[in-house]
Design a protein around this ligand. Structure first.
Ligand SMILES: Nc1ncnc2c1ncn2[C@@H]1O[C@H](COP(=O)(O)OP(=O)(O)OP(=O)(O)O)[C@@H](O)[C@H]1O
Length: 506
């Protein structure tokens, strides 16, 4: 049964409190209807959450609101006036800015100078840079950002704040944040939320995309949920919602959250042994992983969790030894050496190291594992097609068939393809860096279950993650890194959200 659509019949209010109204918007891409007759109202000064499965239409909707994409039909009303022309410049002139995940920041300029980057020269082509400079410096003050600091030296959360300030400095009144908390630590996330609350108090309106129910419940005033391109529901009173209710709206059903049955591997002969591993930000004397064990690596940025994973895959050059299944060798000098030794790795930078966009989903999934299914130089097509179908289905990749080009998929679905490709290699050691970042709550359970099943076949797994909830539900042991070493290890019942968070921040 379809969910009620509160936004279609908004509670009676003066029109003054609605800053932006998306009305009956439809967007069609060839055979795919990405948005179907969507109507959403954004109240002035609200933080408005946008939630939905991968491929539900969130990016398409904010793409239209920010003028990056045009609607097939429908209209956008800002401050009660219909906008007759929708492109990036006209939307920015109207005060709507999209702040993407990848901050467009010039490292060699100061924080204050970076604020000037988005300024359009006014109609006469005249900009009073001196006055603007002074204003930029004033704006940065009081935000915890040093206006004269070189942007290249700023940490992740400060860079994100700077991007938001830049949008405001350029006249932004409605600021769209597309998964702004990705890759942020718990403390940084809190800082970003405090910053948003402060700007909200000054009258800024936010549209906030996230896959995390807890974030929506914490920061948002209102929420709209998209499902299969339609508005599935929402609320102007987020305080009255629960996480379970949000999940129901997103998926159209309830969801059992995955929980691994943790296993104790003490005394088991290791499948993976690392000795005297030294690399940039890594200083590990000894670390063993049992066959079938799932180990979580976590810590603050630069603490060594991510860096050790890269060193093991030959991406962070270093010294030391690695033994796999009892065969000792020096640390792989390149990914090719690591793959030959039976190691598979999923980078957290899927954009750069991930998929091959113009190729089909199927070709991408089978890319790394072709060697396993070729005999005397001939590819066993039946086996290949079986593997492709398995991962296409198991990960719920949203496309009509695996023959579709990866380019046409939503961001989260592209990530599923990368993950499918790595999982399909059936390695001895599987290393996944932030395996469910950007992936919706339903598929997250499937991904954790697939990793669990691989471990039961004896694959040793390292999950590098800043997602505490993911660690708690998927691993047997958590290694917390600091200064390149494992500062503390948590086992079994010690692995709780509170304990992991407190230990990382300690
Ligand atoms: N250029 C395109 N060509 C064809 N189909 C497209 C194109 N862009 C998006 N789509 C399709 O439109 C639908 C909605 O995609 P969209 O990127 O808006 O989803 P999303 O909710 O942002 O997902 P995610 O959480 O994965 O980022 C998907 O089915 C996607 O495959």
């Amino acid at each position: 049964m379809p969910e009620p659509i509160p936004h279609a019949q908004p509670a009676p209010r003066g029109t003054g409190d609605v800053i932006l109204r998306v009305e009956n918007v439809t967007r069609i891409y060839g055979a795919v209807t990405a948005l179907r007759d969507v109507t959403v109202e954004i109240r002035r000064g609200d933080i408005h959450g946008l939630l939905g499965e991968n491929g539900a239409g969130k990016s398409t909707l904010v793409g239209i609101i920010s003028g990056q994409r045009s609607p097939s039909s429908g209209r956008i009303v800002m401050d009660g006036r219909e906008l007759d022309h929708v492109d990036v410049r006209s939307m920015e002139e109207a005060g709507v800015f999209l702040v993407t995940q990848e901050p467009m920041i010039i490292d060699s300029m100061t924080a204050a100078e970076n604020l000037l980057l988005g300024i359009w020269p006014n109609r006469g082509g005249f900009v009073n840079w001196k006055t603007l400079h002074a204003q930029a410096r004033r704006m940065v003050e009081g935000t915890g950002i040093d206006p004269m600091a070189l942007a290249g030296k700023l940490d992740a959360v400060t860079r994100r704040k700077l991007n938001i300030l830049r949008a405001m400095f350029s006249g932004g009144r409605v600021i769209i944040l597309d998964e702004p908390t990705a890759a942020l630590t718990v403390a940084d996330r809190r800082q970003l939320f405090d910053f948003m609350r402060r700007l909200k108090a000054e009258g800024v309106t936010f549209i906030f995309i996230s896959h995390y129910n807890d974030e929506i419940l914490e920061i948002c005033d209102a929420v709209s949920v998209l499902r299969d391109g339609r508005l599935a529901g929402g609320s102007d009173d987020v305080g009255s919602l629960t996480s379970e209710r949000l999940t129901e709206l997103v998926l159209g059903r309830g969801l059992a959250l995955f929980q691994r049955e943790r296993r104790d591997h003490t005394g088991v002969a290791p499948a993976v042994s690392l000795r005297n591993v030294r690399a940039r930000d890594v200083d590990i004397a000894a670390l063993d992983i049992a066959p079938g064990e799932v180990v979580g690596f976590t810590g603050l940025p630069g603490a060594g969790a991510k860096e050790l994973a890269k060193a093991v895959f030959g991406l962070n050059h270093g010294s030391g030894s690695l033994s796999l299944g009892g065969v000792a060798q020096s640390l792989p000098a390149s990914p090719a050496e690591a793959i030959a030794a039976g190691i598979a790795y999923l980078s957290d930078d899927r954009r750069r190291e991930g998929s091959v966009g113009q190729m089909s989903i199927g070709a991408n999934i089978s890319l790394s594992s072709l060697g396993d299914r070729s005999r005397a130089g001939f590819i066993d097509r039946a086996a290949e097609s079986g593997v492709v179908q398995h991962y296409f289905k198991a990960m719920g990749i949203k496309a009509p068939t695996p023959d579709y080009a990866v380019d046409t998929l939503s961001g989260g679905n592209q990530q599923k393809v990368c993950l499918g490709r790595v999982l399909a290699t059936k390695p001895r050691l599987l290393i996944v860096d932030e395996p469910t970042r950007g992936i919706d709550i339903g598929v997250k359970q499937d991904v954790l279950a697939i990793i669990d099943a691989l471990s039961r076949e004896g694959v040793a797994v390292i999950i590098v993650s800043t997602d505490t909830d993911e660690l708690v539900r998927a691993v047997d042991r958590v290694c917390i890194f600091e200064h390149g070493r494992v500062r503390e290890t948590l086992f079994g019942n010690e692995i709780t959200v509170e304990r992991v968070r407190a230990t990382v921040q300690a």
